[in-house]
Design a protein around this ligand. Structure first.
Ligand code: ADP
Ligand code: MG
Length: 622
């Protein structure tokens, strides 16, 4: 038998209590989360001990009980867990063993009272002491599993505690809080009210693996399915859980369970939705995963766990080694979290790749919903190779099906070294762009892109594996093998000699609008097209940047004319008769307008185009 003794708290604990009582947190509800999490840990420990010490098997059900007394204003949290010996109580509750406590407190002291920055709080798990935010006195009675006596601990949070013998029929811990009076001004709800308690439990502790009871009622669902082996979970359960966390009525397209072991322990359950949310492109989109620490809810919409280009992925992450009150500020720098994030990205990209291989139809559907978002990831170099492998695009060879880069490469013609692509404002506009004509006529396949993001990432990616990506809307496209290219350029050279003077004349007419008028090797049926100079932005990219408010020195496009087109012969005839014929200027206007229409479906100067057209019609009338 030992008698009741009075102990002083360790200096650090006193300081911490002081902070706690003068409220570090604005959200006082978290005290219950902390105490329940401790009980859950204690139950885990008992369950584990029983594996090797069956004699601990007696006792009651593994559970956590809440009891409230409205008149006495007490709230009791008790568990049938492992309990503590007297020494353990002194060690665990009277001192803070955690390293860095001193440093933490020093840093807090050096900031002015009431201005404790949240990132400091986040570094520190405050646990048990947080109960002093809501209680002026705390009593704890605990009995260690396998031992006879119980220990009783009590404190008013005033720098000292008493410790002595207690009474407890079975192993476990009972904590009684003598609550502050209810006070709406200090944001202190009535913690004896069943509804208030049920609410907090639902919010923070729903998935705790043991029943949390209030009277006859169990307040939590206990249904954490993320740490159960995949083989034991029914498909329907996964779907049910998805609906629970996503508020989406549809089934998910894919479920991705993740288990990490080794240097850190974490579980995740990720889902790829079947449909894009309406706000996928809005900065206000609710995104991010739910973060748990050992089944205790910590944070909603945790954006730090996945990069923005995977923002459509829903799910939960349960990281076992993070502190419960980790803040967003901490998460951004936390090394563990970086490791977890890397793993999650790897898993998601792996799952997408698998779907692409094994469930093509579903993948095509997924790509139509989320492809443009995934492609945002191609703007950075991280994971670029993996992301490039996920890209699907229509191509000139396969009008119905979408192609990957890999499949494109496997179909490339002998002697073709680059991957040809074309970007445009809509799928229809790219598919019928005149820029494709020569390539298609000569049997070269071109990948077609029409999402706004495409032009940007294609610019940056530059190559797929060892193949350069080459826009056929830019510079001199040199299609085909070296031999073919040589032949083509000789033929073009000859045409250039033939049309040289005419081209110079047209250039003079259009000098305000284009950089150059030249003959094209890419057209077979259209008379004209616009292209960008090798190092200039394409016309579409210029428009896009202009929309973003990026003022750029305007770069003029090049107008390319089809040397094989009948319109060239007609122009040549007019030009030979008189190089001053006003029709030459009108034709030039129309060709430029047509090229603009083919490029964007829009005319930069509709009035001028219309006027030139009318003049030609009137002039051509007999
Ligand atoms: P943490 O949970 O982060 O260790 P706490 O301040 O919440 O910090 O708890 C301190 C310690 O007190 C725990 O590590 C545990 O050893 C002990 N403890 C607290 N509550 C219980 C309980 N209900 N049953 C058994 N041990 C407990
Ligand atoms: Mg704790």
């Amino acid at each position: 038998m030992t008698t009741t003794e009075r102990h002083e708290f360790q200096a650090e604990v006193r300081q911490l209590l002081d902070l706690m009582i003068h409220s570090l947190y604005s959200n006082k509800d978290v005290f219950l989360r902390e105490l329940i999490s401790n009980s859950s840990d204690a139950l885990d420990k008992l369950r584990f001990e029983r594996l090797t010490r069956p004699e601990l098997g007696g006792g009651g059900e593994l559970q956590i009980r809440l009891e409230a007394d409205r008149d006495q204003r007490t709230l009791t949290i008790s568990d049938s867990g492992i309990g503590m010996s007297r020494d353990e109580v002194v060690r665990n509750i009277g001192t803070i063993a955690r390293s860095g406590t001193r440093e933490f407190l020093d840093r807090i002291k050096s900031t002015r009272a009431g201005e404790v920055p949240p990132e400091l709080i986040g570094q520190f798990g405050v646990g048990f002491y947080s109960a002093f935010m809501v209680a002026h006195r705390i009593e704890l009675v605990t009995r260690k599993a396998g031992e006879d006596g119980a220990t009783r601990w009590a404190s008013g949070g005033d720098g000292a505690y008493t410790i002595g013998d207690g009474e407890r029929a079975e192993s476990g811990t009972t904590i009684t809080l003598h609550l502050h009076p209810e006070d709406s001004e200090r944001a202190l709800p009535d913690y004896t009210d069943e509804r208030v308690l049920a609410d907090i439990v639902k919010r923070y502790s729903d998935f705790v693996a043991y029943p949390i009871r209030f009277g006859e009622r169990t307040l939590n669902s206990m249904k954490a399915i993320w740490d159960r082996p995949k083989s034991e979970v029914k498909e329907e359960e996964y779907k049910e859980f998805y609906r629970h966390i996503s508020h989406d009525w549809n089934d998910p397209l894919r479920t991705i369970p993740v288990k990490m072991e080794g240097t850190l322990e974490a579980y995740a359950l990720l889902y790829i939705p079947a449909r894009a949310p309406f706000d996928l492109y809005s900065p206000e989109m609710r995104r991010g995963l739910q973060l748990f620490v050992k089944r205790v809810f910590v944070m909603d919409e945790c954006k730090e766990l996945l990069p923005p280009h995977l923002r459509f992925v829903r799910g939960v992450v349960d990281a076992h080694d993070l502190p419960l009150n980790v803040s967003r500020e901490i998460l951004q720098k936390d090394r563990q979290l970086q490791v977890i994030r890397k793993q999650l990205v790897k898993k998601v990209l792996g799952a997408l790749d698998e779907m692409k291989r094994d469930q093509r139809d579903q993948y095509v559907e997924l790509w139509s919903q989320f492809g443009p978002v995934v492609k945002e990831g191609l703007l950075s170099a991280e994971d670029r190779d993996k992301l490039l492998d996920l890209v699907l695009a229509p191509s000139t060879d396969r009008s119905e099906q979408l192609s990957t880069f890999d499949a494109y490469v496997s179909r490339m013609k002998d002697g073709q070294d680059a991957i040809y692509f074309l970007t445009g404002p809509t799928p229809e506009a790219v598919a019928r762009s005149p820029l494709l004509e020569a390539a298609v006529a000569r049997g070269y396949e071109v990948l077609l892109f029409s999402d706004p993001i495409d032009e940007l990432w294609l610019e940056q990616a530059q190559r797929y594996k060892d193949r350069p990506l080459r826009s056929i809307a830019r510079g001199d496209v040199a299609l085909g093998s070296e031999d073919e290219r040589k032949q083509a350029s000789e033929a073009l050279e000859e045409k250039r000699r033939e049309y040289g003077d005419l081209l110079a004349c047209l250039r003079v007419h259009l000098q305000d609008h284009v950089k150059e008028v030249r003959l094209s090797s890419r057209l077979t049926s259209s008379p004209a097209c616009l292209v960008a100079d090798e190092n200039d932005l394409t016309p579409r990219m210029q428009r896009m940047l202009a929309q973003l408010g990026q003022a750029l020195p305007p770069t003029k496009p090049l107008l390319e004319l089809n040397p094989g087109h009948a319109v060239m012969e007609r122009l040549q005839r007019i030009f030979r008769e008189s190089s001053a014929d006003p029709r030459l200027g009108l034709y030039a206007q129309l060709l430029l307008g047509q090229a603009h229409l083919a490029d964007s479906g829009q005319l930069p100067d509709p009035a001028a185009f219309s006027e030139a057209l009318t003049e030609l019609m009137v002039g051509a009338a007999p």
